[in-house]
Design a protein around this ligand. Structure first.
Ligand SMILES: Nc1ncnc2c1ncn2[C@@H]1O[C@H](COP(=O)(O)OP(=O)(O)OP(=O)(O)O)[C@@H](O)[C@H]1O
Length: 317
């Protein structure tokens, strides 16, 4: 098992009180697993990714544990986390490619990053060239400025940088959403290839685009209002979802071959609850078409079939 997240609680401290962004999150990630992470805006996807790398000043680790390859990941201790970053856990943050420093050539940026992680650039120079070629980039990009590269080229550079030290876990947060569809596909294919070659052991791929998840992910985890609603193999989430929220999320997707002139996308009525004072019980109950009295108790996340987890009183099999 690469990653084991147990009852993780991370809150944002604000003047109005604590925002319960992750409120008892449980899941495992097997060796070699690529997991797509989906859910409406604000459900906690980015917070989960950030928590595994660095808590910013307003984030507080309120409870729960994280284990990577059997080792405790001390997320509340910024200094103790340092050896994990890049070496064992790597994050491609949202908007990473536009965050590349415009005044630095790519090669210099990579060397600075390596030195900051205690690695002499010369020791990985050959491997760097090999990986750039593997993702279809001429090693000459090292002598260019970010402005001289297309979006797809920048995204590949970011991916090679993030995985150069062979981390166990790569978290990619909306890594392809700014790219056109065919570039998206080739970046996603490179990510799968990096996993197949063992450059990363497992991957969390945050996205709004479930069809993209379906192309690359082994499993999909759906979050709702700071908690896990469902996790299952990707084909199960698409073809046989069990949680009412996942059903509505999948139902809101356009079908292949339809045009928006034929059908209107339904969306999911209502809005998720605020996380400053989250409601008790199931957080989806106010929007759920099959909610009943028992939903005022919090449903535990249970394994309803091997590898298929859901947190809903109605999904017991
Ligand atoms: N710096 C912050 N201070 C206070 N609350 C925050 C902060 N960042 C995020 N939040 C809140 O935490 C919750 C989870 O946010 P998060 O960004 O993790 O969601 P997300 O699922 O990644 O959304 P998106 O898909 O829009 O990126 C939201 O309610 C959000 O408003």
């Amino acid at each position: 098992m690469t990653l084991r997240v147990n009852d993780l609680k991370v809150y944002y401290q604000t003047l109005r009180g604590d925002v319960h962004a992750l409120d008892g999150v449980n899941f495992d990630l097997a060796d070699g697993e690529i997991m797509g992470l989906a859910g409406e805006s604000g459900c906690g996807k980015t917070t989960l990714g950030k928590s595994l790398i660095r808590l910013d000043g307003r984030m507080r680790h309120v409870g729960g544990t994280i284990e990577l390859d059997g080792k405790n990941v001390p997320i509340a201790d910024d200094r103790a986390m340092s050896p994990f970053r890049y070496h064992e856990i790597s994050l491609i943050p949202q908007y990473a490619m536009s965050a590349l420093n415009p005044t630095r050539k790519i090669g210099r940026m990579i060397n600075e990053l390596l030195r900051s992680r205690g690695v002499r650039p010369a020791t990985v120079a050959k491997e760097l060239n090999r990986r750039l070629e593997l993702v279809g980039l001429d090693p000459d990009v090292l002598h260019r400025f970010p402005l001289e590269l297309s979006g797809g080229m920048k995204q590949r550079v970011v991916m090679v940088m993030a995985t150069l030290l062979n981390p166990s876990l790569l978290i990619a947060d909306e890594a392809t959403s700014a790219l056109d569809v065919s570039t998206q596909r080739s970046v996603v294919e490179s990510m799968v290839e990096f996993r197949d070659r063992g450059y990363v052991k497992s991957m969390i791929f945050v996205t709004h685009d479930i069809s993209l998840v379906y192309q690359m992910a082994d499993t999909v985890m759906v979050m709702y209002a700071g908690r896990i609603a469902e996790k299952a193999p990707a084909s199960t989430i698409i073809n046989d979802p069990q949680h009412p929220y996942t059903k509505m999320l999948i139902g809101a997707l356009p079908e292949v071959g339809t045009t928006t002139a034929d059908t209107r996308l339904e969306g999911i009525p209502g809005t998720p609850p605020g996380l400053l004072k989250p409601p008790t019980g199931c957080r989806f109950k106010d929007r759920c078409p099959i909610a009943s009295e028992e939903c005022s108790e919090t449903p535990p996340l249970v394994e309803i079939d091997p590898g298929h987890w859901a947190a809903c009183w109605k999904t017991g099999r």
